[in-house]
Structures are given as structure tokens and as C-alpha cells.
Design a protein around this ligand. Structure first.
Ligand SMILES: [Zn+2]
Length: 81
């Protein structure tokens, strides 16, 4: 019964920074760390010379990733440069 004011830490620690993981973002402590982790393995995928990705493909993939996190993002790239 050591109430130190901390929330329930039954989810372990953040796989990114080691901070107590948040139940809503486990196994990470925040959406930011989750995003960082995603970018991490995405970069890793790019580093593997299995498939050549065009800049367009990368851009589309980035758009897709952002769409996952921000469901309200503009999925229609109608804006011209
Ligand atoms: Zn973290």
C-alpha cells in the first residue's frame, strides 16, 4: 500500500524511453513514443535493399502512416503545389 500518487503501472515500461507505459499507449508511455517507434522500424525497412522505393512511394506511405494516427487527416491530396 504505497500510494505515491502514480497511476497503475501494470503495463510495464515504455519500449522507447523506459518511462512507465500508459494503458492507452502501451507498450509505450505516450503517442509520441509510439510514433517514434513506428518511424524507427519504417526507417529500418527503408534500409533493407529488398524493394526500391520511389520518393512518391515513400510519400504515400508516410501519408498512410499519418492517416493511421490522424484519422481526420486529409486523405485527398487535391491541393496542388
Ligand atoms: Zn516513452
Amino acid at each position: 500500500m504505497t500510494g505515491s500518487g502514480a497511476s497503475k503501472t501494470g503495463t510495464g515500461r515504455c519500449a522507447m524511453c523506459g518511462a512507465p507505459a500508459d494503458a492507452r499507449h502501451r507498450p509505450f508511455c505516450s503517442a509520441r513514443c509510439k510514433d517514434l517507434d513506428l518511424g524507427r522500424w519504417l526507417n529500418g525497412s527503408y534500409a533493407v535493399p529488398v524493394v526500391e522505393l520511389d520518393e512518391r512511394d515513400v510519400d504515400q506511405l508516410a501519408d498512410l502512416v499519418h492517416g493511421v494516427f490522424d484519422a481526420e487527416s486529409d486523405a485527398d491530396p487535391g491541393e496542388d503545389t
